[in-house]
Design a protein around this ligand. Structure first.
Ligand code: DGL
Length: 274
């Protein structure tokens, strides 16, 4: 068969990495938006969490993750981890020769488009919130929007434990989110891979009138747009293949990851990054 270089490029997989399991929420949206794309997912389960680590450490980890995907021949790198997007996107874009998409810009754009009151809340890990990445991105789009940010570090372990609607989760959510009520936000960015699974609990804690922005679906749309512009979409029309790699405990990744991605996640290969 004769392939042009362009056809071959489009046939290459999309690379997605995260500190662990949570980025599967982003991968799920990518596979929904582009069912023909092959994907390679790397979860750095040996070094999770990134959310409590320094910028320097997260940058180093993110570069190692991305280089692994590049060695596997990906046509694009998607940084599914909010903390890695907040701290390392610039470095990755400087080093990599393929398009690099993070989750912050798409989420910020969606929030700026939706808010009417021009008061937006942002929740994420300590690292993401400390970086101010969402607030700066929202302000860069529209300086009239006020962004209020709050770190919610306990949400990640609660989601991994599967306690999505438990009393303890509801109690923690209302303590974290209480302050937003007084601020009268009308939009809240779920700035962490795990938070889409807590949508229902978070929405209840906030009361009515607040739109929740899921960065995962906004990112999938951005991936699709970028690939289409670069003429890199996979035009095979066949269902894509999805490969999973982890740096520790494939069994746990599969067991917990199914909640994020679905039952088709049945195998993950253990690798060493360096
Ligand atoms: N993936 C991380 C994020 O979205 C959450 C888990 C972690 O702290 O590594 O920020």
């Amino acid at each position: 068969m004769n392939f042009s270089t362009r056809d071959m490029d489009g046939a290459r997989p999309i690379g997605v990495f995260d500190s662990g399991i949570g980025g599967l929420t982003v991968l799920r949206e990518i596979t929904r938006a582009m069912p023909s794309e092959d994907t390679i997912y790397l979860g750095d389960t040996a070094r999770v969490p990134y959310g409590s680590k320094s910028k320097e450490t997260v940058e180093r980890y993110a570069l190692e993750d991305a280089r692994f995907l590049i060695r596997r021949g990906v046509k694009m790198v998607v940084v599914a981890c909010n903390t890695a997007s907040a701290f390392a996107l610039e470095k990755l874009r400087l080093e990599l020769k393929v398009p690099v998409i993070g989750v912050i810009e798409p989420g910020a754009r969606a929030a700026a488009r939706i808010t009417r009151s021009k008061k937006v809340g942002v929740i994420g890990t300590e690292g993401t919130i400390k970086s101010n990445a969402y607030s700066s991105a929202i302000k860069a789009i529209n300086p009239e929007i006020a962004a209020f940010a709050k770190a919610c570090p306990l949400f990640v372990p609660l989601v991994e434990e599967g306690w999505l609607r438990d009393d303890v989760t509801r109690e923690i959510a209302s303590r974290y989110l209480e302050g937003f009520k007084k601020l009268e936000i009308d939009t809240l960015v779920l700035g962490c891979t795990h938070y889409p699974l807590l949508k229902e609990t978070i929405a209840k804690a906030l009361g009515t009138g607040v739109v929740l922005i899921d960065s995962a679906s906004a990112t999938a749309e951005e991936v699709k747009r970028t690939l289409a512009q670069a003429k890199l979409l996979n035009a095979s029309g066949e269902e894509g293949e999805h490969r999973f790699f982890v740096t520790d405990s494939p069994e746990r990744f599969i067991a917990v990851g199914r909640r994020f991605f679905g039952e088709t996640l049945d195998y993950a290969e253990l690798i060493e990054l360096i």
